[in-house]
Design a protein around this ligand. Sequence first.
Ligand SMILES: Cc1ncc(COP(=O)(O)O)c(C=O)c1O
Length: 421
Amino acid sequence: MNYLDLDYKHTWHPYNALPSKSKILPVKKTFEQTIVLEDGRKLTDAMSSWWSAIHGYNHPVLLKALKNQANIMPHMMFGGLTNKPAAKLCKKIADLTKLPSVFLCDSGSVSVEVALKTAILYQKAKEKKYKNKSVSKFISLNNAYHGDTLGCMGVCDPKNSMHSLYGDYLPKNIFTSIWNLEDTINKYHKEVAGVIIEPIVQGAGGMKIHSPKYLKIARKLCTKYDLILIVDEIATGFGHTGKMWGCNWANITPDIMTIGKSLTGGMMSLAAMATTKNISDTISKSKIGVLMHGPTFMGNALACAVANANIALLLGSSWKKKVKNIESIFKKELYPLINLNIVKDVRCIGAIGVVELKSDKYAQILQDYCVEQGVWIRPFGKLLYSIVAYTISNKELKKITSAIKISINKISSESINAKTK
Ligand SMILES: Cc1ncc(COP(=O)(O)O)c(C=O)c1O
């Protein structure tokens, strides 16, 4: 039996039904910016595997780190034991984020769960002055996306996070627009443990790009009211917006940062929550005493070794120059699409290019057209977006932008023809 048949019968794909309602392409192998399908077709990758493969695929430095560590020790439980790659990684994360207390975990969603738990624990450990009120709520933003687990879904925009399906099970949080953030914090600060935001770019909740002002407001008011500012850098982190962290655009340091995705250069599942010494001390020295969380694969030595190699590779490269170059090509090639009848908006920053369409009915056909032109892209809803590896060549990037342009132009003229018939 062909493995695609097995997949069709048994494998539940993300955001999908079983069997899958959309086409699933079987991948044989990858290299650099290329995905090779089982039938031999080669696709240039416009997705960097959901913001993770920042150095492209099969990077020899990452493979070497993985193989070396596999020979020494792939994994050992982290409760009561530690390992060198994990300890070194926590130090690296502490230096990079300026947040010295680091909790390692296995996925971005889990790091957000841990961040929410840490913020609540901090407020409880501090025996907040508003003792009679529950502070186990958060202020979050419209269009926010922070992951798919239940706690994370509770801080995702209610409109696009299946809130209605899970009804009363989800925690009740407070949502606001970026423009009303200041008023909302002023109004609700006694009822919440903190504020959670994606910096500069809101990802899966709408691919929106913002000016840094809201980050400064959030920082100022969280400090004023002693609320925990959680900045979710899972998507934006490691240079995607042109700066190492999205919050660097506002020159702020959050109380908690979550990171993941490109932490291992897209090779292994690993994420982290980093926080201040004040927060870890407040919890650790209080009656509460401990942070009750401990994933089985926490501190996985293989993933940590790859993450260490990934960070060294990034810091040793001219990534800022490369991301700037990507941004200028995205802008030059994609901005003119704004003139087409089916396009609502075009937005670009760093290694991210977004075309927002007026309708969500073109997602699958756009994907098919791009694949026909040898480009892997996965639109969702009205959004056709590309996030590329920093190692991409100009030629490969232009292949991607050209496939996007040709596909959208084709659909645009088809829609005009359909109207004039
Ligand atoms: C901003 C943000 N937070 C959290 C997550 C969840 O990360 P993961 O998919 O690794 O659980 C994502 C994933 O897309 C994300 O973009």
